[in-house]
Design a protein around this ligand. Sequence first.
Ligand code: IMP
Length: 178
Amino acid sequence: MTEVQILDKRFREYIPENSVQKRITELADQINNDFEGKEVIFVGVLNGAFIFAADLYRRIDLKSRITFIKLASYAGTSSSGEIRELIGWNEDLKGKSVIIIEDIVDTGITLEHTVDNLIIRNVREISIVTLLLKPAAYKKNIQIDYVGFEIPNDFVVGYGLDYNGEGRNLPSVYALVS
Ligand code: IMP
């Protein structure tokens, strides 16, 4: 088992790179099928989703665009529950089919905030794709259309996800060794 040290914590490989990539191809195939003939705007949620968004978007063959917003709710290894919106929303999204790209949905607070921001922009439809979902932590009723992997309520890093700013460049997903 591959282990890595990030700052003061040890993490163990949890979803290997090849499994992540295989699953992204499956998610892209589903989205390409489901949205065939539609014009789509993908909205990636920074920072965590930047690698997933890049890998997913390269497999999308729809007439589409991608934009990014930046929010933050995490400090350390547990959700602070507070949302700060830092950058975003300069595209005209009115009447468009939007697909939100998330790296991970934990409590769902970030997702709800993003969805609320889209609703007031009068988009036509909102779909959600996330690489990771923690079902035991998820507290919202918003339907998540495409889920890469359901994971336990453990802290993970890698593939865009960080621990105090580090570890985003790991190609696999790693879980905290307790
Ligand atoms: P939520 O608002 O509680 O759903 O948290 C979502 C955000 O918290 C994600 O976009 C991540 O930035 C961060 N996050 C949640 N769980 C983890 C984790 O296990 N590792 C790293 N970041 C996480």
